[in-house]
Design a protein around this ligand. Sequence first.
Ligand SMILES: NC(=O)c1ccc[n+]([C@@H]2O[C@H](COP(=O)([O-])OP(=O)(O)OC[C@H]3O[C@@H](n4cnc5c(N)ncnc54)[C@H](OP(=O)(O)O)[C@@H]3O)[C@@H](O)[C@H]2O)c1
Length: 298
Amino acid sequence: MNNENKLAHITHDAPLDAKDIRKVALITGANTGIGAVTASSLAQVGYEVYLACKSLNRTQPIIDAINLRAGSKKAFFLELDLGDFESVKKCAQQFLLTGKPLHLLINNAGIAGKKGKTQSGFEMAFGVNHLGHFLLTQLLLSCLKLNAPSKIITVASRAHKRSPKHVDWQNALKKSSSWTGIQEYAISKLANIQFSSELSRQLQGTDVSCYSLHPGVVDTQVWRELPSFLRPFLKLRGMLTPEQGAMTTLHCALKAQNKESGLYFSNSQIEMPSALAQDLKLQRELWKLSLEWTKSYR
Ligand SMILES: NC(=O)c1ccc[n+]([C@@H]2O[C@H](COP(=O)([O-])OP(=O)(O)OC[C@H]3O[C@@H](n4cnc5c(N)ncnc54)[C@H](OP(=O)(O)O)[C@@H]3O)[C@@H](O)[C@H]2O)c1
């Protein structure tokens, strides 16, 4: 089956009916890569899609392509810089002001290898990949609860397995220290999985489900900040296309069940994340600190 057919298979088999036409999804980092394919595919099965991205200029071509294909206005832009809590809050407020329901929040945006600190003063990868999404999710949670059944999907990575055995979340207050930034990326992806797992426990008994996932090793721009000599090694492993890379996100969005909430997926199947990712004490610690670090913005 080619990529187009595989996508068609997953989206056409989705249990959508007439009432789903009013369904709404918000996808972060949807101007390129996996997020762009996710947004287009969801629009194709009837979702209204909000593309929460850093730049309107870089997002407009995807919005235009989605609307052209749909023959109506299905895609909308929201400005979002996950490294800046002020921007995250504005993005959530802008969405809530539309008065639209929210059924799918897809925490997709991510950076790898970019070093330093975010605008809000946290280690770059942790601040963008985890804390920005943590805050966004908190700010949209009541809307997701109100419109349940709804889902929160967080695009993590198998790279979480590269986290050191002892993780100290307080390092999030310092700028990135490893040379390649890969260690910080791994820790931020560990945080993605732990966040999704802890959130699902807190939402038990509601119809809001949470999933985290590894999309595969995908030929996108995510690797642009890695030292250039490392990039050919990634290509050697054989990379998926963005269409293939969006499959597991779409599986979680359209097919995963409420009883699977809290689980981690890869290849559109449940997979066990590392033992560290399942460490409940570390999950609670992350949750407590994330609440504390974002408290002035909630
Ligand atoms: N590609 C892979 O092999 C792979 C493997 C495992 C996991 N993942 C994960 O998959 C997700 C999607 O990545 P991708 O591969 O599709 O990479 P990509 O093509 O680089 O897309 C990443 C998206 O994140 C956005 N972004 C970066 N910093 C942001 C910020 N501060 N605020 C808001 N948005 C921001 C980017 O926006 P700009 O374009 O404007 O910078 C872009 O839209 C990421 O979470 C990544 O960690 C990817």
